[in-house]
Design a protein around this ligand. Structure first.
Ligand SMILES: O=P(O)(O)OC[C@H]1O[C@](O)(CO)[C@@H](O)[C@@H]1O
Length: 431
């Protein structure tokens, strides 16, 4: 993975980072890297995520999914870190990304329609929950099981569970003696894509999970004390410095449909890790070139509160544009869609610079398992670095618990501080 910070420098962007400031920041990067390296060495909670390329055993995952490896489809029942990493990998790498369906919400109509559209006898179930207690995941799993039963399909033979040593999901898995994969120790869900949590569907549809881990391992081996030699840290340090200078929004804009889920995955990683103590960039998902025609006006001419992270694979499929046979379209003659998309990418970065808006470029040689592994790992390392520089608790997410307690309390009809607050919440209806 290559990082280009040229369009974020203070000489061309506002907010921007001057090279003097980068030099000064590099000293703090060295100190942060030491903390990160020590945390990895000790396999400390959170930092352990950066050891996954060495820790994750692809053979163990392949053995566990062997009973369902002939499935045409796989449905992941999980949410947040227990779904986004898995979907990012299959969306980026699978010949047919639609073979992997994710139920990561409890919208009844959507769940019903999704299950109705699947040949369940030919669909494996990957149910994933780190806590084993997440209401949406457990409710969906109960609904999915019933859908299989009502169609006379044995779900126990088609299910692989990934969860902890205790909790309702573990109990359900043990009751039915389901093949159950362990969680990596000390790894928060959003940092677990390169583990059992993210790789079961990829193994079921037979993707190169070994290559993915190898690519991530290369980046892990190259983490060093300077942003000038470590692309992952260069990205993190510049994002941090831009946030310090007012870029409170980070618009992530991959120029590849196959990376659309990457932007979703990044959004959880960045928001849930760094949104603390009144700070943290708001990740905005965008897609290139599509959102040039919806969001770019704002990115170029709206408030100077954003940075744009553009991502592209250098190699693309070859789809020639037929001869337009029309003078006004002569610029398309001999072009192919990949060239047009790359021209759009280059033009967008230049247009942001021309308007003095900061952008950082992430480039992959091509979109294959190794390069995707590099990208995912680099973003995780960048996130951990920002957490160190911003001095926030990167690996926890305490603010999400209140809502969970409230929702459970409402369903259980409990009278708690949360359910009372829900009942008394402000309302000013305009009908
Ligand atoms: O894997 P679990 O425990 O079901 O949690 C799912 C997701 O929910 C969260 O806990 C947030 O509510 C995320 O951190 C996590 O990735």
């Amino acid at each position: 993975m290559h990082v280009d910070i040229g369009a974020a420098l203070g000489t061309v962007a506002d907010p921007g980072v001057d090279e003097d400031a980068l030099d000064a920041l590099d000293e703090r990067v060295a100190a942060a890297h030491e903390t990160i390296a020590d945390g990895r060495e000790a396999d400390e909670f959170g930092y352990a995520a950066l050891n996954l390329p060495d820790r994750t055993d692809p053979e163990m995952i392949r053995e566990a999914v062997e009973p369902v490896a002939d499935a045409e489809y796989v449905v992941t029942v999980g949410i947040g870190g227990s779904a986004l990493g898995a979907k990012t990998v299959t969306a980026a790498l699978a010949d047919d990304p639609d073979r992997h369906v994710v139920l990561d919400n409890v919208d009844p109509e959507h769940v019903e329609r999704t299950l109705a559209g699947l040949p369940l006898e030919d669909t494996a179930i990957s149910v994933v929950s780190k806590s084993g207690t997440t209401a949406e995941t457990l409710a969906n799993f109960l609904v999915v099981r019933e859908a299989y039963e009502s169609r006379g399909v044995d779900w126990t033979e088609r299910t692989v569970a990934t969860t902890g040593e205790s909790g309702p999901l573990r109990e359900l898995a043990d009751e039915e003696d389901l093949p159950t994969l362990p969680l990596p120790d000390g790894v928060p869900g959003r940092f677990a894509a390169l583990s059992t949590v993210g790789l079961v569907p990829a193994a079921i549809v037979d993707l190169d999970i070994e290559g993915l881990l190898a690519g991530a391992g290369d980046v892990a081996d190259d983490l060093g004390p300077s942003l000038y030699d470590t692309p992952a840290y260069a990205y993190g340090a510049v994002a941090y410095a831009l946030e310090e200078r007012g870029a409170s929004v980070n618009a992530v804009m991959p120029y590849a449909e196959r990376l659309e889920y990457f932007a979703e995955w990044f959004a959880q990683l960045w928001a849930e890790s760094l949104g603390k103590d009144g700070r943290g960039q708001t990740p905005a998902r965008a897609l290139g070139a599509t959102d040039q025609h919806s969001q770019l006006q704002l990115y170029r001419a709206g408030p100077r509160d954003k940075m744009v992270t553009v991502v592209r694979p250098r190699e693309r499929a070859d789809v020639p544009v037929p001869d337009p046979g029309n003078e006004s379209l002569s610029y398309l003659a001999g072009a192919d869609l990949g060239e047009l998309l790359d021209a759009e990418y280059d033009a967008t970065v230049a247009s942001l610079s021309a308007a003095g808006r900061p952008a950082v470029e992430l480039e992959l040689d091509r979109l294959d398992a190794r390069n995707l592994g590099e990208l995912l790992y680099a973003m995780e390392a960048a996130c951990v670095l920002v957490g160190e520089l911003a001095d926030v608790e990167t690996f926890t997410q305490p603010a999400v618990e209140w809502g969970k307690r409230a929702a459970r309390g409402l369903l259980a009809g409990e009278d708690t501080e949360e359910t009372r607050t829900v009942a008394d919440r402000p309302s000013y209806r305009i009908d």
